[in-house]
Design a protein around this ligand. Structure first.
Ligand code: F6P
Length: 513
């Protein structure tokens, strides 16, 4: 991290108060921070994926992948003039859309920044993404009682791919200065490889998932190397203080390093890494505007017809990537209990479980898919009448206007993650409800629960608790819904995605000035 006193003159505006962050504000801050050295974001997942499409003149169409990280960071990059995002390219259409260096201007309809795609061999994807990242670190950090799997072969691919990402960054920045912002558990070693090659670069990493306590983390055979990689960064961000505290405790128990508790800094081999907690959020204004658009209204009609929603008094929604950390079976079981204890809801409610399949090469994800399918069928069979069943499953991908349409139709949105770094579905639901209606039922074990205590908070492992909260949500008087929703909206409006990015980037470039 640079010394703000020596390198940066006092032209950078003082930090905005909470509530003053907007796209414009971030744009003007970025103009100052990155005037002489560009911002480079690095993540595994790319913000736009190209697909073959015979109907299009160039044979290509595109879409935005599911997942909080890309939906959170894309508006940030759009606000930063001349930004670069390095991510994994996937599929032939991605190659066709990119130039010889893997570069493509995005968003494809209104280009404003550059995406550089890194091409990985299937063996690399198997070891780095499906192996260490998603069968090792993902269950390790989410503590969902699934044994993490770490193999030497996967670890070799993880190291190799992290090096490839670092090389891609170095190729783009040349000899010049740059600020490199790495994202998530896939790329723990990138700060180390960057530092070895270019100790003058400033590097930050944001950890989007929970960090477990040292007892859990010490089971990882590559723990010390991972920590060493992370501590090569100048700054590490977590969504909530608790995860940062777990990280600091893990470092203390694993490595020889000095911990300055007051400043939340680790000093190791002469290098200082600062730990900050800054909760990610959504582009409140844009989500709200999309929710108010005519396209969203058309999608609402489409869903009303598709699911015959006008027949119901209550529409409940679960919307997630199909992932075993999201507590999807638990919420379906709660619907079952609700209908057993309150048969008066029969025929009057529908539970829409919507979301894309995810990480489908991994056995646990396939098993989850089968489990949810079977469970939904059992519950439907138990309660169905001649012309009604309580659960509708849809695995079609959803994009912005259709997502907002579902939120607007949902009297109750259920987020029952067993553990989640943040969970942006909860914040998106709140942003979409400009009518101040709707009830959010939210797992206590999400980062979002810390900011949204007005939601009905649940322990997702306690099915009866979820069922009771669903009943409470369905019976909640309108004035109380409004009151809770108004307060949640004010929180998310104030702590929006620009506040998250702006605060982190200030910390990374100016050291928190
Ligand atoms: O934060 C967790 C995360 O891995 C993000 O990187 C991403 O937004 C999301 O989960 C989706 O996962 P994947 O990129 O593996 O589909």
């Amino acid at each position: 991290m640079v010394d703000p006193g020596t390198i940066y003159p006092s032209f950078v505006e003082p930090a905005p108060e909470p509530g003053q962050w907007s796209q414009e504000r971030l744009r003007s801050l970025a103009g100052e921070l990155f005037a002489d050295a560009p911002l480079v974001v690095v993540s595994n997942r790319e913000p736009y994926v190209h697909l073959p499409d015979r109907a299009k003149p160039d044979g290509l169409s595109w879409r935005r992948p599911a997942g909080g990280l890309v939906s959170g960071l894309d508006p940030v990059l759009r606000a930063v003039e001349g930004g670069l995002w390095v991510a994994q390219g996937t599929g032939e259409a991605d190659r066709l859309a990119a130039d010889a260096w893997g570069r493509v201007a995005v968003p494809p309809d209104h280009p404003s920044y550059t995406l550089k795609r890194v091409w990985l061999h299937p063996n690399e994807v198997a070891g780095y993404y499906e192996g260490i990242s998603n069968q090792g670190l993902w269950p390790l950090c989410h503590v969902v009682f699934l044994r993490p799997r770490f193999t030497i072969r996967d670890w070799q691919q993880y190291q190799k791919v992290n090096r490839r990402f670092a090389e891609a960054v170095l190729e783009e920045v040349g000899d010049g200065p740059a600020y490199v912002w790495v994202q998530d558990y896939h790329l723990c070693l990138v700060p180390k490889y960057l530092r070895e090659a270019r100790p003058d670069l400033t590097t930050g990493i944001f950890w989007h998932i929970p960090w477990p306590n040292p007892e859990i983390f010490r089971t990882c055979p590559f723990g010390a190397e991972l920590l060493e990689g992370l501590l090569s960064a100048d700054i590490i961000g977590f969504h909530i203080r608790y995860h940062g505290a777990n990280f600091l405790a893990t470092v203390e128990q694993t490595l020889e390093a000095r911990h300055d508790r007051e400043r939340r800094e680790i000093i190791r081999s002469g290098h200082t890494t600062r730990v900050v907690d800054i909760p990610i959020s959504v582009d409140f204004d844009e989500e709200e505007a999309t929710a108010q658009s005519s396209e969203t209204a058309q999608w609402m009609d489409e869903f009303r017809n598709r699911f015959k929603l006008d027949r119901f008094e209550h529409v409940l929604l679960g919307l997630d990537r199909f992932d075993y950390t999201k507590g999807i079976p638990e919420r379906l079981m709660a619907v079952d209990v609700l209908l057993q204890e309150h048969p008066e809801y029969k025929g009057k409610l529908v539970f829409l479980q919507v979301g894309e399949m995810s990480r489908i090469q991994i056995a646990h994800y396939q098993a989850l898919n089968d489990e949810v399918e079977k469970l939904a069928q059992e519950i439907n069979d138990r309660h169905r009448t001649a012309d009604w069943q309580p659960i509708e499953l849809s695995r079609n991908p959803v994009d912005r206007p259709d997502l907002m349409a579902l939120f607007r139709l949902a009297d109750v949105c259920v987020v029952s993650s067993l553990h989640d770094g943040m969970n942006l579905v909860a914040k998106e639901y709140v942003a979409s409800r400009f009518d101040e209606g709707g009830v959010l039922v939210l797992s206590r074990f999400t980062g979002a629960a810390r900011e949204l205590p007005e939601a009905l908070l649940i322990n997702p492992y306690d099915i009866r608790d979820i069922a009771q909260r669903l009943h409470q949500a369905l019976q909640m008087p309108e004035h109380q819904q409004r009151d809770r929703m108004r307060r949640m909206r004010s929180t998310v409006r104030r702590n929006n995605i620009y506040a998250w990015a702006g605060r982190f980037l200030r910390e990374m470039v100016l050291g928190g000035v």
